[in-house]
Design a protein around this ligand. Structure first.
Ligand code: ADP
Length: 334
């Protein structure tokens, strides 16, 4: 019998390092972002200067960390990784700044989570490669000025709107990552199926891509699930039929929505009569964090036009009603 598919299995599996592109040229999609970063990277290498600071924003799983790990590898420099959520005070950031080698990259994920004090401590570090450290307390306190080796900061955030303007302005390059096309995701499925030595029919690859919410991380998770299913329930080959059965079993629907997406839509529809409903109220009903909804669930549903954001909250659209098999209330009489 195949392994059971618990509610969040598809999203919660460990990321497979083998599937993450190592160099920028292996990355698929995001062409205009890729080209602009490529120009900056090439120029920095040719001039032997540190690359300017880069800010990447966009929904989870679209390649922010992948860019941040490929860029230093392409540049041949060291990479340090920190998370905004873990940097509670300037002293937590200090070792990263003083360890940074000339031209190396410091990647800060979830940079919108940095407390104000850490953010302000970072301004001179980013601008002039200099930090001001206060030693001692009270009347004995004095500020010591310390020079850093020039480095590159790469920041990632799910929403640039959450960043203060002074921080945002200190990044020379600011790029927004968009959802991937089905075409691009199909290419990723075929590339990764080859890495996993898993035979996949082209039609099956397109099916998996079309069910992956425009997101490479989701495409990889779905591919791994379909591959397990093919091993356990078929002869290992991912045919269209195998892919369809596997996806249906895990609760993924025709638009690629999973159970969490559908409970979000169902909640607005049934608990809030189609909305408008505040995101906090929806999150409370679903017993999840509002941030999870705004950062992970909503971006794709908004893009697909299944919900809209109004000044009074989220509302389900006619398309949303239809996707859930319901008749929209204001449907023109036919
Ligand atoms: P984020 O940091 O935006 O949440 P990641 O960079 O961790 O997203 O991407 C999630 C996974 O998706 C990666 O491990 C990688 O395998 C895959 N991926 C992301 N972007 C690409 C891309 N452009 N081409 C191929 N695979 C990608």
């Amino acid at each position: 019998t195949p392994p059971p598919a618990p509610a969040n299995m598809l999203e919660s599996r460990e990321e497979d390092p083998a599937l993450r592109p190592k160099h920028m040229k292996e990355m698929i999609g995001q062409r205009s972002v890729y080209e602009r970063i490529r120009v900056a990277v090439d120029a920095a290498m040719m001039r032997g200067e540190p690359l300017g600071h880069i800010l990447l924003d966009g929904p989870p799983g679209l390649g922010k960390t992948t860019f941040a790990t490929c860029i230093p590898r392409d540049l041949g420099v060291e990479l340090q990784i920190a998370s905004g959520a873990a940097l509670a005070a300037p002293k937590d950031l200090l070792p990263y700044l003083t360890n940074a080698q000339e031209g190396s990259v410091l990647f800060i994920d979830e940079i919108h989570r940095l407390p104000k004090a850490v953010e302000e401590f970072m301004y001179p570090a980013m601008e002039d490669f200099r930090i001001d450290i206060t030693l001692g307390e009270g009347v004995n306190a004095r500020t010591v000025n310390m020079n850093l080796r020039p480095f590159t900061m790469i920041g990632a955030t799910t929403r640039t709107g959450l960043l203060s303007a002074p921080l945002r302005d200190r990044f020379q390059i600011r790029e927004h990552l968009e959802f991937y096309t089905d075409e691009e995701l199909t290419t990723i499925v075929l590339r990764n199926a080859a890495i996993l030595k898993c035979p996949v029919e082209e039609a099956a690859a397109r099916k998996i891509a079309g069910c992956s919410r425009g997101t490479p991380r989701v495409v990889n998770n779905r591919l791994r699930w379909v591959r397990d299913f093919a091993t356990s329930r078929a002869d290992g080959e991912v045919t269209l039929e195998v892919a369809e059965k596997a996806l249906a079993m895990s609760g993924v629907d025709s638009l690629g929505l999973d159970r969490q997406d559908r409970s979000y839509l169902e909640t607005i529809l049934r608990v809030f009569n189609g909305g408008p409903a505040g995101v906090d109220a929806i999150a409370h009903t679903l017993n999840t964090a509002p941030d999870t909804l705004t950062d992970e669930v909503e971006p794709f549903l908004l893009r697909e036009g299944l919900v809209v954001r109004t000044s009074r909250g989220r509302k389900i659209t006619n398309r949303g009603y239809e996707h859930l098999g319901e008749t929209p209330p204001e449907a023109p009489a036919g």
